[in-house]
Structures are given as structure tokens and as C-alpha cells.
Design a protein around this ligand. Sequence first.
Ligand code: ARG
Ligand code: ZN
Length: 868
Amino acid sequence: MLKHRSGYMPPAYLVIAAHLDISIFDDQTLVTTRLELTKNPDAGTGANEMRLNGRDLELKRLSIDNIEIAKDDWPLDDAGIHLTNLPESCVVESLSVCHPETNTALEGLYLSGGMYCTQCEPEGFRRIGFYPDRPDVMTIFTVRIEADIAYPQLLSNGNLVETGAASEGRHFAVWHDPHPKPSYLFACVVGDLECAEDNFITASGRDVALHIYVEKGNVGLTGHAMDSLKRSMKWDEDRFGLEYDLDLFQIVAVSHFNMGAMENKGLNIFNSKFVLADTNTATDTDLHRVESIVAHEYFHNWTGNRVTCRDWFQLTLKEGLTVYRDQCFSADTHDEGVQRADDVSLLRAAQFPEDRSPTAHPIRPESYREINNFYTATVYEKGAEVIRMMAAFLGRDGFRKGMDLYFKRHDGSAVTCDDFVAALADSNDIDLSGFARWYEQAGTPHLSVKRVAGGKATITLDFEQTLPETAAKTPRNAVPIPVRLGFLDAAGHPVATSLTPDGVSADEHVVLMQTATHRQSFHAASGGGDVALTPSLLRNFSAPVVLADDLSTAERLHLMAHDTDRFNRWDAAQTLAADAIVAAATGGNSLDADAAALSGAYRNILGEADLLDAFKASMFALPGVSVLESRLKPADPVALYHARMRLQAALGDGLADIIATYLKDDARHALQASDGGRALLNALLMLGVAASSAQAEDIAAAQVLDANMTLSQGAVMALNNSTSTARDVGLSAFHDRWLDNPLVMEKWFQMESMSVVGGTVARLKTLMQHPSFDPNNPNKLRAVLGAFMSGNPVHFYAEDGSGFAFIADCLIDIDSRNPQISARMVLPLTRMSAYDDRRKAQMMAALRQIDNAKPSNDLAEIVEKTLA
Ligand code: ARG
Ligand code: ZN
């Protein structure tokens, strides 16, 4: 059944208070929900009815105002309890049974590695107890949890108010959360866990206890998450004036989790992968990821929890905004330029392909069958880009004023994206109505910027935007596109220009394009003369668009060498590399010349003393196959992959002498000492091995055993696509070393699956029989199957379609246990628009095979959209 955004109806009743009683036994869990209801004054007249959602629950008792309703009269249907003819106010109580012990979907209450935990967002609460499970019903929860004393921790949201013994070896705890919240932010954890404790004093002096709960033996791996949490709390105070609002903040790490983490009020639940990390078990990239996810979930306390979504169509209200906030935090904590390059890489690799696919949707979708399918790169990452454009337009202070007004108006309520944009607009007395179009239109706008022939000291640019047709069939009106730009002279220095002949000169301008076409002239300040000016367009990626400009290769090399905007230096390298790879993949003979030009540019960059190593390393990251595909029609991922490898080898050859210098003991040890240095070292090692340098291979082989995980994994990755025995030796050494660490074994699975040499379908089947593999653990599925699809194009997109058929079989099996995961993992099979007919037909056949197996609602929505 399709739900439409326009179909929103306010709830007829509000919940004044909710009392939950959860009693866990080995073979069942009893849940009582006692709800104080009162008619919603804003719901209009009529309907004295109320839906209590419930899924796979066994109802045992139902009463209204303490009067039992006879079983025969229970108003039960597939979706739960449908109460009618209710009085203005009443108390409804239900007792039901659920089964966490057999819950493999990991929604609602489930068992993970011996502990009970919950995941309620978006609609998991209805699998725990009968409740109006919608985000606009916010209330104050009091929760009593009871379980065997074998589970010392009985955790929920808010404050602990009472504990005590219960009958026969059982005990209980009562929690009260003073902040009204929707059911999706409810959480409960029952287990035998170890706790890391710390505290944080807020700006106004509240002493907040910080608890991170982990499985026994792991408390030593929580330091980085704890430190990240404290820095996030401080940052939100400094940047947005937002303080934490309870005396306790808890994080629990669980091994079985469908996503990254969850912002439940005062009790965040995390995929253990994003909590447990130190430099021996996690790479620097992993540590950054832990930090940004801890920050993201913490930031949700205001953007998500204090102010939440009215309905799930508004998901980007909290997710786009919170991603934007965590990106800003990371940029402030590390390097802005590197952070922007990382964020844009992700957007291009994951969101742009989504926008071209059968599951394309606007950041605020218009309809859905299963809301779990809309936790997407579009809602999250493109949503963040839309906030970023408005924030840039308002400026730092203007955006802060907007945020302040948003909280002033809406604290404690459930609102819409329009409410958010209105707060930004009203607080700045500015019209943002154009930006509203970014919320309603799917598709990545194409922006063409071309130079118009003209005078010497004046450059005129023609801007044109086109909106592609997408599967979502949303309108295609011109959107506001802020284009940040500047000009460089032949020496690479910024040239000030003005927008009118005698206007104010500046090194940089923002052209806000509001219509489909736009022409703008720029007048060079001091004499201009005959100097050739190179435009640097869309600086810092000022809008989430595909840019087509008229720059020559020489001009791009110029930007790569000199632009003051580091994002554009990085992006010039991306474009040059993509041009070279695409030309090579289509049989052009130009790789040598392109590689020589790029090597020269890289050589200069390596020599730049005041450029950060982290930034230099990011310059070496070649665009991935999913990004390259958009440049070629029909796209051939296998050919692109091989061409990309050839460029890597050619760069390794072209830079052989300088790589050799960096790999010498002293220079190498110097690089090993910092995270930026390690990233650069790994990038150079990768190029060296790609070029079959014996020195690089030997160093990589030795570095596999380094105590530092960044160095160790970097070395295995460098060897992973080489046919030398060093690959096998390295991988098995890594395997033997980490066999008893399930999280690090995920890296081993991943590298095995991604190897063009070893990662065959036959090998994947063996991996899935490995004792460390667990078919019910999403991380393990992602490590083997996810990595295969995204990181091993040669075998996944194999000529004979064997990769697709294998994945289809796996997905049918996974779907019977965990529909959220199967529906997510099927997505690569739907990204076929650019491929040739043969490959498309093979992918369609795999999808038909899934469709014939009667998939879950989650999986069916994706598959049927694609087959339609
Ligand atoms: N709100 C969480 C986050 O972004 C994501 C949880 C989504 N979970 C799900 N099963 N769809 O931090
Ligand atoms: Zn989030």
C-alpha cells in the first residue's frame, strides 16, 4: 500500500502520558502499554477513534478506563487495534506478547550477542507493544523493565527512578523521561555489560554522567568514542548554543544492527563497529567515522529529538540537517578541504547514481510503501547539501539566527521541512521560497557554464541549468543554484573582478542562478591586460549539481596546481583522472600522455611544503567506478575498472623515483607518525605496488604486520589486487592475527571480497562458511556481499551474469530473515540505466528471480519499481 505525503491527517487523540511495563523471559516478552489519551484539539471534529499500531504481537488483554474488553470484542485488524467511540479522555491499557528471542529482522526488541536491545525508528515500536506509532504523537514515558538477575543492566531513556528485586531471581528498574518524545525514540537495553564512565559539565553547569556500555572485555576500546562525545557536546554549545538536557547520556554498542547508530533519547544505540576502536584495531578513517557518528547521534538530541518530524515524509528535516551539522563538526575538528572532498566523493558515489536510478526520489519523498527504504543518500547526503546551500546564502550568523528561531518556535513539537525553511527565512527577513523546489524535485541538476567570446579584461559566462527526467517524475523547474567562483591569472594568482565595470572588486563571487539561463560578466580590476584568466567554478562544491564547463586540460592542471580553493584543486584532479580513465576505457591510446601530465602535477603537489599530507593523500584518490560510469554511455564497469587500474600503474611508473624516496626508511617512518602522513604513505604504496615496484611490494608485505591498523590494512589493500604471492601471504597473516576479533575480521572479509584476484563467487561462498561469518549479522553481510558489489566490479558485473545470479540467491535467503538488509543490498542490481542491453537484461533477470520468490514488502518495493 502506497502512502502519500499529501495524505497527512493529524492524530485524533494525543497521549498525555505513557506507562510501559516490559517483562523479559527466555521464551517471550510481556509488554503492557498504559496510555492516557485525550482528544486532540487540532484534529477537527468528528472521529472519536484511535489507531494503536501493532505488528506480530499477540494481544492478551485490553481495557478502557479499567473496564476489560472481552476477547470477542477486540477491535483487532492486521495493523493493530482500531479503537472507536472513545470518550474525550480515557486510559487504554493493553497487554501483549512479543518474541525478541526469534527476531532476526532487528526491528523492535531483539536479542544481539546475548543482550536485549531495541531499534524503533521508524516503525519498530509497533513490534514491541500496541501504541500510536507515529512521530507526531509525543509524550512522557515511564518505563518499568523486569528481567532475570543474569542481566544486571536494565536501561531505558531519561532518568533512573527506582530499582528493586522482583519474584524468583528477577529484578526491575523504572525509568522516567521528562522530555516528551515519539515512540521511535524509545529504547531499552537488557544485558550483562561493562561500562566506561566519564562526565561532562555543560555551559550552564549541569554535570552530565556519560556511560558507554559494551560487551565484557571491550571497555578498553571506548576511549575514542567517549572523547568524541565530549568534543561533540562542547561543539554544539559553542557553535549553536545547544546544551544537553538530562543528567545522564548513555551509549550502548551492539553487534547486530541494521544501520550505523540510533539517537534514542538519552540512550543511543550503536553498531559496535562505530564505538569500539583504537589505533590497533581501527584505521584513521574508521576513527574519523566513529567520531562523526557519535557526533551525528548526539546532535540529533536537538535536531531530531527536541524538535522532531511531523511525519516520515519529513525525514530529511532531521537527517539532512544533522548530517550537515556533523559535517561542519568534522570540518572544524580536522581539515575543511579534506572533509569537503570526502563528503562530495560520497555524494557522487552514492547519491548521484541513486538520482539516476529507478528509486530516485526528492529529499522529501512524495510517496512510499516502506519507509525503511527511504533512509537514503538522497534524504541524508543531498538533504545536507540543500541545508548547506541555504546556510551559505544566509551566512554563518544568519544561519544561526535561523536555527535559534527554529528552536524557539518548535521546541517540543513535531514539524515539517517547510517549518524549518520558514524559520530560516523569517529570522533573516529573506525570501527562500526558491529553495523549496530542492525539496520537491528529484534528479541532479546539470549546470553548464561556458565562456562567451569577448573583451580582454572582461569575462562573460553563460550559465544554463537543465533538470533531468527521473523515475520519480517530479516537476523540473529551475532551482536556485549558488555558484561560488573566482579567477586565476597565468601565474596562478587570484584576480579580483567586479560584477559591473565600476563595481566592488573581490577575489571571489557567488552568482545565485535563479532561472534556467543566466549571463554574467566579470571585470578584471587592475588593467587586466591580455592575461588569460582561468575560471574556478563551483568552489567548495557550492551546489549539488553536475558541472559541465569549457576548461581545457591545461587549465585544469593550472587549477590543480594553484587554486586557492582546495576543494577545486582536488576536483580538478578528479576530473583529469576521470577524463584519462574514460578515454582509456573506450580504447583511446591517450593514457600515456594523460598519465605523464598528471604525474607531473602530482610531483609538484608532493613537493609543496605547506600543503597538508592529508590533503595530498586525498588528491591521489582516483574517482571510483560508480562515479566514472556517469561519463560513459553505455557504461562498462569492467572496462572502467581496468582502465582505472592502468592509470594507477602509470602514475606509479611516472612517480617511481619520488615514491622510492618516500618509501626509504627515514622518510617512511616520518610519514607513519601522523594520520595525514599514513594516508599519504598508503596512497604511494598503492601506486608503487600497482606499478610492480619490488621495493613497494616488500614494504607492503612487511607493513601488513604493523601494530597500527591504518598501516596494516593500507598494506593489505595495496597488495589486494596484485597477483604476487605477497597478497595471499598478507591476507592470511591478517586473518590469523585477528581471528578472535569479530570486528577486525570484517576487514578481512571485505578485502577478500573486493579482490579482483581472489574475490570470485566461489571464494565468496567459502567465506560465507567461515566460522567468523554470521548470516544474521548485517556487518558481516555488508563485509562480504556489500563489498563485493561496490568494490569488485570485475566479478560482480562479470560478462556471464554469474555475479548478479549469485547475489539474487543470497538476497532471497537474507530477505526471509532481515527485509531491511535485503532491500538495501539489492540496490546495486537496480543501478542499470547506463549499461548495455545485455547487462541490463541479466540484471533484470536477477530481479525477476527475486520477485518470483515473493519478497518482503521492503524488498518488493525496490524490485517492483525497477521492473515496472
Ligand atoms: N536515525 C538514525 C540515524 O541516522 C538512523 C536509524 C534508521 N534505522 C532504520 N532502521 N531505518 O542516525
Ligand atoms: Zn541521523
